[in-house]
Every structure is written in C-alpha cells, then in structure tokens.
Design a binder for this molecule. Structure first.
Ligand code: ZN
Length: 239
C-alpha cells in the first residue's frame, strides 16, 4: 500500500464563499476523495490550521507521498517545518507540489531558486501537451493532450532549475506557455510539480488531472526503504 498525505493550506475555502462552492470539502477533500478510490492507496489529509500546521515528524515518517497545495499563507509554515519536509524528501519520501505551491517554503528549499513566474487570472482555457508519451505520469492521457476549460495562466519564465524530466507543457488561450509538469529527483526522493489547480476552478474534478495525479503517486512512491545519506569517514579498501 502507498501511504498518501494530502496537505492543503485550506484558507480560500473557509474565507471565500465562491471558492467554498467549488470545493465544499476543501481542495484536500476533493483530492483525497478520488485518490481514496484506488485500492493500493491509503489516504489522509492535513491542513495548516491543524496543530503544528498539520505536519509532524511522525506523519512524515508514515507518509510515502505528500501532496502540497498552498497560496496565501506560505509564510505561516515555520521554517523548521519546511526543513523537516525537505529532509523527508531527501530521505526518499515522494512529493507532489500543486499549482501555487511553487512559492511554498518546501518547494523553494528543494529547488534552491526563487521559483517566480508570470501569471494572469482571466479564466482562459489551458491545453496540456504530453512531452514524453512513455513517461509513467502521463499514461492514460489520450491523443497527446487535454484541455481544461478554465485555469489560471502561468507563464514563462518559470525560475526553477532545469527539470530532470519535463512531461507536460501548458499552453493558454492568450498564447503563453509554461512548464506545467516537471519531475525532479533530490537525493533519494522524487518530486513532481504540476501547474493546474487554481482554487476558483474545478480542476481537481477533471478526469485527466486525476489520472495524472494518481500516476504521479505511483511514480513518486519510494522504491527502497527511506534512508538519510550521511558522510562517513572511510578507510582504505583492503585490496
Ligand atoms: Zn492560483
């Protein structure tokens, strides 16, 4: 079984009626709902207003793949919690950063760059093109692309390190393009950044989005027992 934790800042859905209408159980609730139907996943959720921001060492130890959605309250996640999440990834925990989590503390720690990008919220459509049809994350996406009727426009330049593997490019009604599906490896852990998921649009109910996120869980799950690599002094080899 793959143990999945869906962490959501869960602020818009509490404070804004229009967003609550789209995600009455929160974005984390919508994601946990479709992931929970997979027989090989055990899913739980955590949110910012939970004790210790919902993140403890025990939770991370018991999580194979962690989702992260945040937007207006990145600053409320203490630096120590962000460092704990980074360290869990380095030891082998898989991590999926969604949409505006590009500016979350754990993502920036793991990337080492500003992660800035350009954006525009006009409700444009987005087309997501599969770059690598053989990649496990895009299996089940027919015809090489899919379309979301409304998404927030994110545009290049996206200030991230060159992805180890770029699997999706987003293209918007206004002509902008964006690296919308990026894979990284950091020490033992795998990371997937996925651009769609603006809180005002029903993105996480889309079948193709759900397919990608389910695939991403299986791709990011640890392949070997988690382990922190250290820096031992070594003697000469005996022969
Ligand atoms: Zn957004």
């Amino acid at each position: 079984m793959i143990r999945v934790t869906v962490w959501n800042e869960f602020q818009h859905e509490k404070n804004d009626e229009k967003i609550r209408a789209v995600y009455p159980d929160g974005i984390h609730g919508a994601i946990a709902e479709f992931l929970g139907k997979e027989e090989d996943f055990v899913v739980r959720t955590a949110t910012l207003d939970d004790e210790n921001c919902g993140i403890t060492k025990e939770l991370l130890d018991e999580t194979d793949v962690l989702f992260w959605w945040g937007h207006v309250a990145h600053w409320r996640v203490p630096d120590e919690v962000a460092a704990m999440v980074r360290d869990a990834v380095l030891s082998g925990m898989g991590m999926i950063f969604l949409h505006s989590a590009h500016h979350s503390k754990p993502f920036k720690l793991l990337m080492g760059t500003t992660c800035n990008l350009s954006w525009r919220e006009d409700g444009d459509y987005e087309r997501l093109f599969v770059i690598d049809p053989g990649h496990p994350i895009v299996q089940g996406i027919e015809n090489g692309y899919f379309r979301l009727e409304h998404e927030e426009t994110y545009a290049e330049p996206f200030c991230i390190p060159e992805p180890d593997k770029l699997v999706l490019i987003g293209s918007y009604e206004g002509g902008e393009v964006f690296r919308s599906g990026c894979c990284y490896r950091r020490e033992n852990g795998k990371i997937f950044y996925f651009q769609p998921g603006h809180e005002a649009f029903p993105t996480y109910y889309d079948k193709n989005v759900q397919t990608i996120l389910k695939n991403a869980v299986r791709w990011a799950a640890p392949e070997a027992p988690r382990k922190v690599l250290d820096c031992p002094h070594v003697g000469r080899l005996p022969y």
